[in-house]
Design a protein around this ligand. Sequence first.
Ligand SMILES: Cc1cc2nc3c(=O)[nH]c(=O)nc-3n(C[C@H](O)[C@H](O)[C@H](O)COP(=O)(O)OP(=O)(O)OC[C@H]3O[C@@H](n4cnc5c(N)ncnc54)[C@H](O)[C@@H]3O)c2cc1C
Length: 427
Amino acid sequence: MQLKEYPYWHDTVTMPTIPVRPLEGRVDVAIIGGGYTGLSAARVLAACGARTALFEAHTLGWGASSRNGGQVLTGMKLGPSALIKKYGLERARRLFAASLAAIDCVAQIVRDEGIACDFVRAGHLEAACKPAHLRVLAHEAELLARKFEHQVELLSAGELRRELGSAAYHGGLVDERSAGLNPARYLAGLAQAAARAGALLYEQTPLERVLPDGQGFLLRTARGALWAKDVFVATSGYTGPATPALQRRIVPIGSYIIATAPLPEALARELIPRGRMVYDTKNFLYYFRLTPEQRLLFGGRAGFTPPTESTVRESAAILRRGMLTVFPQLHDAPVEYAWGGTLGFAFDIFPHAGTLDGLYYAMGYAGHGVALATYLGTKLGQLICGGPEENPLAGLPFPRAPLGLYDGRPWFLPLAGLWYRFLDWVG
Ligand SMILES: Cc1cc2nc3c(=O)[nH]c(=O)nc-3n(C[C@H](O)[C@H](O)[C@H](O)COP(=O)(O)OP(=O)(O)OC[C@H]3O[C@@H](n4cnc5c(N)ncnc54)[C@H](O)[C@@H]3O)c2cc1C
């Protein structure tokens, strides 16, 4: 079978046709980036009457938003104990609550806009790679219940067998609040909703420069210049030199996925009987799930660098080997698709949203962006429109690299990759 080197999801969706329109001279809000963050913001801004133009360098959803695993997860990349240690109990509670509200926000938009994207509250399973990891999960489950009033179920290695047809893990944790969806169909639905609300959407229009100009900003795009009172940067892992201060705060990290051909019903049920969204406890983690047509999607950080043709091919081979260590019963299952995409990580591995040099931004979701990008895009859109400050991340410092050692070119990624492999080996 010929390997298709593009996201499986792209074969499941008809993206809306965006008419090519002349550039506006003046708008209230210009949004840079056409993923979940930008489109969620555009939807609420246009609905509240702001003249809103969104610029996407490629096609809408070209970035991570049509390439991801479609896992809509509770929490943030940092677990509950790290959240409390870093931010104190009260703030940690608010941040965790925001992650739950973010899933509800996706559910509400899917309902309100009638988006057919297979959204389902399937729950997620975090699988322990080592016995010591299960002890950490037990502590986190206890903290979630006691400090966050959030119930999850801890599973021993034996109990895990009812959730996973794999002997590779030592137990796990199930959270019923998480969900799954088809990310590209969700993206297409958000784009239609933003267009219906009146947002002006421009594809193939990279934003090249942003200059403060009186009460607003002068923007140079590949198709001409315009003026905007406010600018919202929604470029996450693809943040570039048009917004250098943000580029220096975000590290682009590659992530890769393979998808098998549709599996026989009984085999699919054996692998993940309850249809959970699954990820494991390694730094170089695996994440996987079934699709509605019973393909297994199996993803991971096969390398840390953003995708190229050769890294996609190499990663496909690495991930297939990984998939077979988890599910040896797939030895005959053909891999039909392989692709990669770029996630945005901040130096504190935490999402950030607020203003910098007068520009609004939300980015750095580190693998939790389906829900958080939607939520923060929506909340910041409402704020720009004069709504209340409901940004749960407001006021958190957005750090740069120690000693200013990063100018937007992630020279250290191969070293970071080795370091995290080492931690997985010893940890
Ligand atoms: C392989 C993979 C798997 C993932 N799996 C999951 C998952 O299962 N669950 C989860 O929650 N998250 C997951 N994520 C992360 C999630 O997809 C992202 O956090 C989320 O999509 C970010 O949305 P965004 O709108 O902020 O950015 P993106 O969707 O990345 O959009 C940014 C856009 O900005 C555009 N852009 C950049 N610069 C400019 C410019 N100068 N002018 C105009 N446009 C510009 C880019 O072309 C891009 O389309 C995954 C990511 C990847 C790559």
